[in-house]
Design a protein around this ligand. Sequence first.
Ligand SMILES: *Cc1c(COP(=O)(O)O)cnc(C)c1O
Length: 409
Amino acid sequence: MQSYLTHLQCSNCGREADADRPQTVCPACGKVLFARYDLEAIRRTLPREALRGREPTLWRYRELLPVRDPASIVTLGEGMTPLLHARRLGAELGCPELWIKEEGINPTGSFKARGQAVAVSRARELGAPALAIPSAGNAGGALAAYAARAGLPAYVFMPVDAPESNKAECALYGAHLFLVQGLINDCGRLVREGVAAHGWFDVSTLREPYRQEGKKTMGYELAEQLNWMLPDALIYPTGGGTGIVGMWKAFQEMEQLGWIGPHRPKMIAVQAEGCAPIVEAYRRGQRHADLWPDARTVASGMRVPVAIGDYLIVDAVRESGGTALTVSDDALMADVGVLAQTEGVSAAPEGGATLAALRQLLADGTLQRDDRIVLFNTGAAWKYAELFPSPAPQVLDPRDPQVQGRIGR
Ligand SMILES: *Cc1c(COP(=O)(O)O)cnc(C)c1O
């Protein structure tokens, strides 16, 4: 097993770049670089059946990942998460083929682990001395964990009102944490200045090419778990867009590998009403989004007012015949409860948003009840403890002879 990485290529201007030197964005136009592989060679040597029996982590797709030396891999067991058939919830909605990709059980409780596992492994392989990141929360926590495992210092910049668990995990893993009076884009500016001043390697969303490679493995897993038949639609809570862009790339790669046919799921991007730059660009028929002023939502992973990969997200949504829509914070929080109570899934607010979106899409006829639909629960509820106040249950005294009588009063 070896990586078939050949080079990097700009998704905008097509310019090629050397993959074996640290790279961030396209040196010519400043847009997003994609990792390219010798897919012909993989097609000849790796039939999809050969994946069976490999380790149940995203490293089972190692030929299609950028890390050259297996000894460089920094892993906590990320990926190959369950694809759960949501029978009870599906029955309530009249959707027999409703599925949940349960990303909340990844290391550090969100799918950010996928991107950081691959980015940190590759950054270490290429000799990065220290890693820095602007984060709405979960990406910073995940970087802190993987950097610790790699033995590299991590500098994390988060909005001052990011979830408490994300701040705590950065401290726990020994990262240098800075809280910023602003949003993730303000954090990004500080990181880029810090890169120039201190020589850190910048692992911002889609500003380095390999986090996306980690997240694309969700697309490979989906195909493998559904026996190489992609679903009719997938609903994805969209912030910087790494996952949706990565999966769209994975589908193209898999078709070139001969692993799947031309069928694509409708790629559906959901954002919060209080921060919806991608939805707005999609509705206006544009490829680039304007900065969303005064972004607010409890779903912090979607609190991303500007995304460098906006054009890639909008392209994937359009080319797939999907759509982009918003949900309110009240609706997404209510559906966090529904996911927990009908399916036992600990859903992040972002996961709740996918169910709230599904209700709208069924009501307006965008999706049919017999479609095979996959919701992405991108994180675990416990990472957002402050959004779920303790329920204050009855306290019992076990020495009280009347204790059973008090239960249920
Ligand atoms: C980061 C994040 C998102 C958004 O992911 P992108 O791939 O950057 O669009 C969604 N949900 C959670 C829980 C996140 O942490």
